[in-house]
Design a binder for this molecule. Sequence first.
Ligand code: ZN
Ligand code: ZN
Length: 191
Amino acid sequence: MPLHSDTFDLGGLRLSAGAGRRLELDVAIDRFELGGESYAVEPGVVPVTVDVSRTTGTGYALRLRFQATLTGPCMRCLSPATPTFDVVAREVSVPGEGDELESPYVKAGILDLRGWARDALALTLPTQVLCHADCAGLCPVCGADLNHTGADHAHPREPDPRWAKLAELQFEEPDALSAGGESAERREYRG
Ligand SMILES: [Zn+2]
Ligand SMILES: [Zn+2]
């Protein structure tokens, strides 16, 4: 088990103004609760790259980069999903220069790496965690996994005739159909 850092002492780098340093660190990122489901972050300890540049005085410009994978149920079909995300985040911390130059992750030269990495990953996450981008989801009628049943899965006897009508429309070309219908209608009016 490698050592990981929850925080990093930027002051300890003793960088002079304009100087920079690239850090390779390891950080644990807490699991996410999304849509009532739990998603662990893999690997358990994530290798991250932090580029630190000393600005003037006690200021820092920081860039964080890492790759992490979420593991948990697909939000459409409930089978295991393991999407991987490339995360890039930047922070500027120049204490005493106004709120916009204060970073919530830097306090007295100490970087809250764990908090920053988790927030940066959270901002990168899509609204839905999916097994793959075009997951077909579950059949709303019988709950079958439409990724496995194939595109022709259907229920011929629908209790509500309006749904049956909708299902029919999906097999026609709505654009071509409506355009054709419109022009035919116009011709009728002119005639
Ligand atoms: Zn899925
Ligand atoms: Zn079905």
